[in-house]
Design a protein around this ligand. Structure first.
Ligand code: MLT
Length: 411
């Protein structure tokens, strides 16, 4: 008899964005004449920039000729041409030393954030901020670290939830119980808020003191506009001893449909056996990758490399600017309409307070029915997200402006 992984039975309903997609599809089928504007899932709308298209086409041509054809690439990391660019442009330029060999290129930060759990014991105590990108929680539920779901509180018995709400300025406090694994996403999805270097340093020091690891998701790094905000956790002294960093080309360069990301696992990072012996985390991740992954396709790696070319940088920055103008318009438009709004300055997400007396799903339904605009209910990101709602700045300009007008006039 085949036994299932019963941890999966502890998962709540479907994945958040699948639930939303289903609700929207139901509404559209009952209201075929309505033009729905989707500002729910953070999917980009600007096309791939010309420098990237050119590089990808060239790489495809190379694959069609015997002299330049390439089969399997290096499975553990990626081609040298890409890891060297990443190390130089994303780290060295910021005064941070990350070795090309510490960079593992993959098909997505979502996959990496989930897969990284393979190398950590199931008895580790996990801390997440609340609200949180659901992948950190759900993958720990699947692994068995989260324990049983408690319907009364909407939380899992073994997880540590660190609230980040307007009350604490979206700065989570250190939990009472000491965690072994700490997920931080900065700039934050979903709240669009972030921490200063000084605040992040406190987390690095805390992890060091407790021999914990920080799983640092920096997928929205490219959207930072304020000086005091770190672009990488490795700007903080000591972080290479306690942190893994996840980065993505999805939002930075419009790769949501192309798929490319990377994870930095410093060679200095140590984990421990039950008896307290030190083990290289780098070696474990390298070993996992060699066994379970065959690398990202050559044309996609060439596409990612082109992001770092002079024209690639200029072109992607124009798109980032475009989205951040959307963010500013949403923020100012909603503020003018009387909403309390957060985020949108260092991140492409706007986090707003839903009107008093409504739950975030009620606001979702109202917005869909009355303005035909889709957002993401805050509670879908965790219990402390109740009473909040997320809008993405990744829409087209036209749709963004229309959505703001509809919310102002109809809701
Ligand atoms: C989001 O909307 O939170 C993100 O687009 C989801 C993701 O990046 O996987």
């Amino acid at each position: 008899m085949i036994k299932i992984n019963e941890n999966f039975l502890e998962l709540q309903e479907s994945y958040l964005f699948s639930t939303i997609a289903k609700k929207v599809a139901d509404f559209q089928s009952k209201n075929p004449d309505k033009k729905i504007i989707k500002l729910g899932i953070g999917d980009v709308t600007r096309p791939i920039v010309p420098a990237v298209v050119k590089a990808m086409k060239k790489a495809v041509e190379e694959q069609g000729k015997a002299e330049t054809f390439r089969g399997y690439g290096p499975a553990e990391q990626c081609y040298d041409f890409l890891k060297e660019k990443i190390a130089k442009f994303d780290y060295k330029k910021r005064g941070v030393e990350v070795l090309p060999d510490e960079i593992f290129v993959s098909d997505g930060a979502k996959c990496d954030c989930g897969n990284i759990g393979d190398i950590f014991g199931v008895d580790n105590v996990v801390a997440i901020t609340d609200p949180v990108y659901p992948v950190y929680l759900d993958t720990n539920v699947m692994a068995g670290r989260a324990g049983k779901y408690k319907a009364e509180t909407g939380t899992y018995e073994n997880m540590i939830y660190m609230p980040a709400t307007a009350e604490n300025g979206f700065v989570p406090s250190f939990p009472e119980k000491v965690p072994d694994m700490i997920y931080l996403c900065l700039p934050n999805n979903p709240t669009g808020t972030t921490l200063t270097k000084a605040q992040l340093k406190m987390w690095v020091d805390y992890a060091k003191k407790n021999k914990a690891i920080i799983l640092f998701d920096a997928a929205y790094e490219a959207f930072i506009s304020e000086e005091s905000v770190p672009h990488t956790i490795y700007e903080i002294e000591g972080a290479k001893e306690v942190a893994i960093e996840f980065r993505s080309f999805s939002k930075t360069a419009g790769f949501t449909g192309i798929r490319c990301a990377y994870t930095v696992v410093p060679k200095t990072l140590k984990g421990y056996t039950k008896s307290g012996e030190e083990v290289s985390i780098y070696n474990l991740w390298n070993r996992r990758r060699a066994t379970k992954f065959n690398g990202v396709s050559y044309p996609v790696q060439r596409a990612a490399e082109a992001v770092y070319s002079e024209e690639g940088q200029k072109q992607i920055k124009e798109n980032i600017q475009y989205y951040m103008e959307n963010a500013k318009m949403i923020k100012e438009g909603l503020q003018a309409a009387g909403y309390t709004v957060f985020g949108g300055v260092n991140a492409p997400y706007i986090w707003l307070k839903v009107p008093d007396g409504m739950t975030s799903w009620e606001f979702f339904d109202k917005l869909l029915a009355e303005a035909n605009v889709v957002g993401t209910p805050g509670v879908g990101f965790g219990p402390s997200g109740e009473g909040y709602f997320r809008l993405t700045a990744f829409g087209t300009r036209e749709n963004t402006l229309e959505a703001i007008e509809r919310i102002k006039n109809r809701v």
